[in-house]
Design a protein around this ligand. Structure first.
Ligand SMILES: [Zn+2]
Length: 407
């Protein structure tokens, strides 16, 4: 194939335009000279791109800067009402939705119970209706919506957005993306929940110097995801990060995936609840019995944490064992991936610092070459909309990678 210089220049021009736009989104409000410096472009190049973005009403002026001496540069920002994009987190029993404006600012959020995930087609139709209604309630023209990123727990086929298996939902081979797309007037992209959560974590201020983040999501199930540079590493088939289904106890319980003794079967929110139910059902002496009114069916993971935080022995034993297994599994991942940051997210970590500290101890106990690492272990942002926000960012990043943004 002959070398096509003209096409190459056109690609460079397009890349420059995307980089300027990205700089405006991630670092705006900002002036032209700062964009040029940040993106390593000439000032005339930035000026030409910004003029074009002005013509398309994608950028607006915020006036001149107020500080310093001499001529003040014009400050620019993305026109927030130019277009919007959606993120949705389909969780077990609850859907959370966010709508973002073009500048990445969240303009609305909502959550609502979704009920039983069966039959699958009806459930997905209900989810779609909730998203469409939410957008309508906020009087956003569907034509201004770029699309929606949808986060779903389980193994998601990257190319099709099909749910290969979602143990938390009892789903197998469900064409979620296709079903959501039917009747939705903008593009829909389905991604794994933990991958979405990890992408959101990579946007948290103050983590700029981190190259590789290993994100662990501890909730009803357990998942993980890797961010390297600014990119999600999702493996050859898009299904990396199944930390919850790594076997940690071959004599352990049967996991929903069909294996024996997966991390999820001994340390997830569901596993913690199940272990507490066994103690209560066998009339073990524990504060957990009081907290659930003597009815094992009423206990949940939060009550187990409440009892453990109050010093209840049986509850502490459950929590300590779960933390040890999680720490051990994280140490294996760290030994292989060698990240510079491990961030632990999810509902379980919102139950006070004790669990986090126990996980840290479990990880450090099993980690090789501790002294040679500059590993930061931290708790993630405790925001119940983190996954929905991450899903919206996965969507916009995908448009980005495909050079499909309307700029
Ligand atoms: Zn499993």
């Amino acid at each position: 194939m002959p070398y096509d210089k003209k096409l190459n220049q056109s690609q460079i021009a397009q890349t420059n335009k995307y980089n300027v736009f990205r700089c405006l989104i991630r670092e705006g409000p900002i002036n032209r000279a700062a964009i040029a410096k940040r993106m390593d472009l000439s000032i005339p190049t930035v000026m030409a791109i910004v003029d074009d973005l002005f013509k398309k009403k994608i950028v607006r002026s915020m006036g001149k800067g107020e500080f310093g001496v001499g001529k003040q540069p014009e400050i620019l920002e993305i026109e927030p009402g130019r277009f919007f994009y959606i993120g949705a987190d389909i969780g077990r029993g609850t859907i959370r939705i966010v709508v973002n404006n073009a500048a990445g600012g969240q303009i609305a959020c909502m959550q609502e119970p979704t009920g039983d995930p069966f039959p699958e087609r009806e459930f997905i139709g209900h989810v779609q209706k909730l998203i469409l209604q939410f957008v309508e309630q906020h009087h956003i023209d569907a034509a201004c919506i770029l699309g929606a990123g949808i986060a779903m727990p389980g193994l998601i086929e990257r190319e099709t957005g099909k749910v290969i298996i979602a143990p938390d939902f009892g789903w197998k081979d469900i064409p979620l993306q296709d079903w959501l797309q039917e009747g939705t007037p903008y593009p829909v992209l389905v991604k794994n929940s933990t991958q979405a959560l990890a992408v959101n974590e990579s946007y948290i201020p103050g983590v700029d110097d981190v190259h590789t983040t290993f994100c662990v999501n501890l909730g009803y199930g357990i998942g993980a995801a890797i961010i390297t540079g600014e990119e999600l590493y999702d493996g050859a088939g898009g299904i990396s990060g199944e930390l919850g289904h790594c076997v940690v106890d071959r004599d352990g319980p049967l996991c929903k995936c069909g294996n024996i003794g997966c991390l999820e079967s001994v340390a997830s929110g569901e596993a913690i609840t199940r272990q507490a139910q066994t103690i209560i059902a066998h009339h073990g002496s524990s504060m957990m019995t009081e907290l659930c009114g003597g009815n094992a069916a009423n206990i949940d993971a939060r009550m187990v944490f409440d009892a453990a935080n109050a010093g209840d022995g049986p509850a502490l034993k459950i929590i300590n064992t779960a933390a040890m297994y999680i720490g051990m599994a994280i140490s294996m991942a760290v030994n292989i991936v060698d990240p510079d940051r491990v961030v632990i997210c999810g509902g379980l970590i919102r139950n006070g610092p004790y669990f986090f500290e126990q996980i840290k101890a479990g990880m450090e106990e099993h980690l090789v070459a501790k002294s040679n690492r500059t590993l930061i272990l931290s708790a993630g942002v405790n925001d119940e909309y983190s996954t929905a926000k991450g899903a919206s960012r996965v969507f916009i990043n995908t448009l980005w990678a495909q050079r499909a943004l309307p700029i």
